[in-house]
Design a protein around this ligand. Structure first.
Ligand SMILES: Cc1cc2nc3c(=O)[nH]c(=O)nc-3n(C[C@H](O)[C@H](O)[C@H](O)COP(=O)(O)O)c2cc1C
Length: 244
């Protein structure tokens, strides 16, 4: 007997894997980064074949692993982890510098990176495991790395964002959203106001409801049960923001 819930007991970090192809750059979130050997220094990453980053790594045979700090905002994880470079330029508004391999290296929300050249790969069903020989590294800071577990807590609203800046901007946003919700309720009762998920940009549209989660069309956001979560990425209801 197997139960995939056991996978939730495995521990991981959270990384932005970047690469390039013919002068274009892209990156994605991955938790599957692990050291294989220390002499030589070899790491492995497991990348979904459908991702643009997969196409780039397969083509250029290089990648970088940017290590996220515990203070990384959810929005940043959403930007690299729930959107594809096929639909937007992910580095349009994100600070980076080119690495020795040409892969983009984050210059904020990163505590360091390693760059690697692919020496071997294994195709396994939906994913390719790329093995990379590390050829360049840099440590930016001693800040604690983000873990997959902490990211899950942030999404559920059960952990406070680690950085004071993130904390205050999130609490200001939460207060603003809360006051708009209250105003709407007092003035008009439940409204047809749309709300957006800060991580994956899913929009809750009251006209459509969320039938897959048992929410009927016509259900106002304010009337959603407290335990309702984003149907795409699982973010807690309290994190949603009204759409202007
Ligand atoms: C927390 C988290 C962990 C993820 N881990 C992986 C992973 O290990 N491997 C992978 O291929 N995709 C992973 N993803 C999904 C990719 O980041 C996502 O599909 C991304 O949109 C691909 O972007 P691209 O098409 O621009 O390459 C993860 C996403 C999140 C939010």
């Amino acid at each position: 007997m197997t139960d995939s819930k056991i996978f939730r007991r495995l521990t991981y970090g959270l990384y932005v894997i970047s690469s390039l192809k013919e002068g274009r750059i892209n990156a994605q979130i991955a938790n599957t980064v692990f050291q294989i050997t220390s002499a030589p220094l070899i790491v492995a990453i497991s990348i979904n074949k459908e991702n643009l980053t997969h196409e780039y790594i397969q083509n250029s045979k290089v990648f970088a692993v940017n290590i996220l700090p515990v203070s990384t905002p959810l929005e940043m994880i959403g930007h690299f982890g729930f959107k594809s470079g096929r639909n937007l330029d992910k580095f349009g508004e994100v600070a980076f510098k080119p690495g020795q391999t040409g892969s983009p290296l984050l210059t904020s929300n990163s505590i360091g990176y390693l760059e690697a050249e692919v020496i071997q790969s294994t195709e396994l069903s939906t994913h390719t495991v790329f093995y990379g020989q590390v050829m360049n590294t840099e440590v930016y800071s001693d800040e604690e790395p983000m873990t997959y577990g902490f990211y899950q807590q942030l999404k559920r609203g059960t952990a406070a964002p680690a950085s004071p800046a993130a904390k205050s901007s999130r609490s200001e946003q939460a207060e603003k959203a809360e006051s708009i919700k209250k105003e709407n309720l007092i003035k008009e009762g439940p409204t047809m106001q749309k709300y957006e998920c800060p991580v994956c940009s899913y929009i809750y549209d009251p006209e459509k409801g969320d039938p897959d989660s048992g929410i009927e069309p016509g259900t106002a956001f304010e009337a959603l049960p407290d335990d309702w979560v984003c149907p795409v990425c699982g973010v807690d209801k309290s994190q949603f923001q009204p759409v202007d």
